[in-house]
Design a protein around this ligand. Sequence first.
Ligand SMILES: Nc1ncnc2c1ncn2[C@@H]1O[C@H](COP(=O)(O)OP(=O)(O)O)[C@@H](O)[C@H]1O
Ligand SMILES: [Mg+2]
Length: 361
Amino acid sequence: MEIGMKDLTKIFVSKDKSEVRAVDNVNVTIPSGKLIGLLGPSGCGKSTTLYLISGLLKQTKGKIFFDEEEVSSMPPEKRGIGLVFQNYALYPHMTVRENIMFPLKNLKFDPDKATKMMHDMATLVGLETMLDRKPKELSGGQQQRVAIARALVKNPRVLLLDEPLSNLDARLRLKTREEIKRIQRETKITTIFVTHDQEEAMSISDEILVMRQGIIQQKGEPQEVYDNPNNLFVAKFLGNPQINVFDGKVKKGKIYVEGMEVEKTDLPDQNLTVGIRPEGFIVDKSNKSPLNFEVDLVETIGRDTTLIIDIPGQEESLLDKKSFKAIVDSQHGIKAGHKVHFKVREGKMHLFDKDGSVIEQ
Ligand SMILES: Nc1ncnc2c1ncn2[C@@H]1O[C@H](COP(=O)(O)OP(=O)(O)O)[C@@H](O)[C@H]1O
Ligand SMILES: [Mg+2]
């Protein structure tokens, strides 16, 4: 089922009458059967968006659609939502079996049918051998799988996951996110996965929505958004190590990066910000490229070498020193102190105006 949001807005008013636009005029369609990562820094409005979709919060303005049906005023229990939160919120005194069955209790299901549904869900999440355990006898990842089974057992139209992996350690987080991906593929349930972790969102999602201060910044397939960010915020939020940011300008048909001429352009004269991802650089073996720096630090990990380079002329003090990273092929054998000429890969130089919006070339 497709989820549509039209001018969706939630304004919180605090006691001192100050307003927070937690969700600000969101217009977006979540495609049916896909796993969508809703990504953004803490406080940007991700949870509020999920609460509006589930009906636990009422929007200040705007509409929500499930396919063609408007659900903006429908009570939460009628919307057919499965919700999973960061803290598993299982019933501690109940077994896995009872926890998964719980949502079916009020629905007056035939007991045999309910048991079968519980079994199917436990099998789907790989917990069929642990039905008699209590939550405290399970690992964090297993508890979160019980929570997912419990959310799915009523056969909801939408699955909403709010930072479901945040409480897990690094190894379990990886494993559980692969589990979630598999479960979503098998059930084909429309899923929104909320996270502040760009790597997590990029790896699990069919599409990502990047949010900032209640506003959707960009929507698209992870690689597409990574390669073509709409603005500097998105460019910086995606990618580790972060995109390098340089002072640039256009003068008389040429683009300069930190005062070095890099390429020709048709753009008018202006100051701009140039973003180049670490892997966007290549070593110019002919040593002709004007983009020339002395390497300060080198970290080699197998095939890749990360070069850390202080940008000259910037160092007011040691702390203010501006540097950038380039990831190049280890075969170049570059060492600290070497002077390296760089080229920028085709299409890997991102130009942003003074407001941070991308400048199309
Ligand atoms: N019940 C509330 N009352 C007032 N402000 C709230 C309430 N819930 C959330 N907010 C504010 O709305 C913004 C978005 O919050 P939230 O949706 O929880 O962000 P996220 O989930 O992305 O961290 C934040 O500034 C938060 O402080
Ligand atoms: Mg949140």
